[in-house]
Design a protein. Structure first.
Length: 541
């Protein structure tokens, strides 16, 4: 079933589909189901669900990983950041590879590898092994994410693209929403390792459906492989992200931190210069002439900076300060995650009608307001101080991810769909790295400066409080040092002082995140619908 290919119309299979991949009707009597939009969406959604599920189950499992494998806060950050570091570095190159060698092929390799690495994380049995396989998960996730958007971009006609992206976001939202409950049940009743095993059946199903039903697409006449661009971008992003991650350990003024950050920024700048002069670039600089792509990328980065950073530490707050078990923590996080299921399709509908110029600022303003409400949190705060913020943040981010995908991917030429998808996903994951790293550093620094005073104020003797400054890393996880055999009053004072210090750090981190969200809301006002392509013709979706 192919529509006319006259100007302004769309071939549902896409002009770059491989021979034999004709789309068929969902009901079954046509040339075949391969490449049919509905089946394509099912296959792609199953793949990205693994990534969504992985994000929230890891946040629930983190405290148990630390206890089981004797990990520090820095180790826990690496469990998250090793994945995000590799993912951020490779997203654009993997989108580029998909455009050249086949988006279906690269996507399915990503699905298979992600599931296999998830299994390996659960089996390895050491903190170093968990971090290493999480990094490999990031590499395969980088194959999966940008090409999922590119496959959708090359399958759906313009009038249905927003709805398709909304369903894509909704599938991710369902996995994000179910993650805390599934993760909590598995951690409590099976083991923390089992939270990674759930990706295996999901990945297997996505792989089978994808092999049978996805149509291949690629750039018809790819040029030379941009090796200099690949090297410069990879090295530059690695320097920036690794420098941000290590800043909380080395310090922001440390020469090693500054060298990594400065070197990374310089390499990315050189990458831009080289790409502007390259006939067949890895990341075409012409994309950034479209302001919706430029500001959409920055908006995504700031939005997920706010969400990822706060989500990481609020999970620690629920489990270590309030003492909730994993299932209870998952249930309490549901207003944030479950609202994604509603917010993503709603964002698609609103974006279709009003465009990203309304949806992105509205969504990011909701995130900012939700974060500001969290500034009232105290160790003994009731749930009434949490759920309104969770609803606002979840609703806002769910809307933004769909509208920003449209602003970035739909404004790119068709042949650059994989690269544009990689750019959007890179901004998202880089925002996550920045959030966990910068906000983590802010929290640890503030906890370290407040800990002794908080302990003394709670009734801990000054000499002991000074010695307990060495436990800053533990307190920054929301936990408190314990003294077997110590008087109950002293132990209560240590717990009270530790929690007070943690909350002061958490409040500063939340405030920084809220400012980032409001800046993103302002930048969202500069977005617009799909712009004309070169030569004055409309961009063909």
């Amino acid at each position: 079933m192919t529509l006319s290919t006259a100007p302004g119309s769309v071939d549902l299979a896409g002009p770059t589909s491989s021979p034999g991949d004709e789309p068929g009707r969902l009901g079954g009597r046509g040339p075949g189901r391969r490449g049919h939009p509905a089946w394509t969406l099912v296959a792609v959604a199953l793949g990205v669900m693994m990534v969504g599920l992985d994000g929230t189950v890891v946040s629930i499992a983190n405290p148990y990983i630390a206890r089981s494998l004797h990990g520090s806060l820095a180790d826990l950050q690496w469990v998250t950041n090793a994945y995000l570091l590799v993912l951020a570095v490779l997203l654009i190159p993997m989108g580029y590879l998909g455009d050249r060698f086949g988006r279906k092929t690269v996507f399915l390799v990503g699905v298979a590898g992600f599931a296999l690495m998830s299994l390996s994380v659960g089996l390895v049995g050491s903190m170093a092994g968990v971090i290493a396989f999480r990094a490999l998960q990031g590499a395969f996730g980088a194959m999966l994410m940008p090409n999922s958007l590119a496959i959708i971009r090359n399958t759906f006609p313009p009038e249905k693209l927003n709805s398709a992206v909304g369903i894509w976001g909704g599938a991710t939202a369902i996995s994000v929403a179910s993650g805390p409950i599934v993760g909590g049940l598995l951690v409590e009743h099976v083991s923390w390792e089992s939270v990674f095993y759930v990706n295996v059946p999901v990945g297997a199903l996505a792989l089978v459906i994808g092999m049978l039903l996805l149509a291949e697409s690629r750039v018809e006449r790819p040029g030379r492989f941009d090796v200099p661009g690949l090297g410069l971008l990879g090295a530059g992003l690695f320097g920036i992200v690794f420098g941000l991650i290590k800043a909380s350990t080395w310090g922001w003024g440390d020469a090693r931190t500054l060298a990594l950050l400065a070197g990374g920024v310089a390499l990315v700048g050189l990458f831009g210069v080289v790409e502007a002069r390259t006939a067949e670039p890895l990341l075409p600089m012409r994309l950034f002439r479209r302001r919706s792509i430029t500001f959409g990328t920055v908006t995504v980065l700031l939005g997920f900076f706010a969400m990822f950073g706060v989500l990481f530490f609020v999970t620690l707050y629920l489990q270590n300060v309030h003492g909730y078990d994993p299932v209870e923590a998952g249930v309490h996080m549901l207003p944030l995650t479950a609202v994604f299921v509603v917010a993503s399709p709603l964002g698609g509908v609103l974006n279709q009608r009003f465009g990203p110029k309304l949806v992105v600022p509205l969504g990011m303003a909701m995130v900012g307001v939700g974060l500001v409400l969290l500034l009232s949190l105290q160790p003994a705060s009731g749930y009434v101080h949490l759920w309104p913020s969770f609803v606002l943040v979840g609703m806002g981010v769910g809307m933004v991810i769909v509208a920003s995908s449209d602003a970035i991917v739909a404004n790119a030429p068709r042949d650059d769909a994989g690269v544009a998808g990689g750019l959007q996903s890179t901004a998202l994951q880089l925002g996550g790295v920045l959030g966990t790293s910068i906000l983590g550093s802010v929290l640890v620094t503030r906890v370290g400066s407040a800990l002794v005073g908080s302990l003394v104020g709670a009734g801990v003797p000054g000499a002991l409080a000074t010695r307990l400054h060495a436990t800053t890393e533990l307190v920054a996880q929301g936990a408190a040092p314990t003294f077997p055999g110590a008087p109950a009053r002293l132990q209560q004072a240590v717990v009270a002082g530790s929690h007070h210090a943690f909350m002061t750090g958490l409040h500063i981190a939340i405030l920084v995140a809220a400012v980032a969200a409001f800046v993103a809301a302002v930048l969202g006002l500069l977005l617009q619908r799909s712009e004309p392509s070169e030569g004055g013709r409309a961009v063909v979706l």
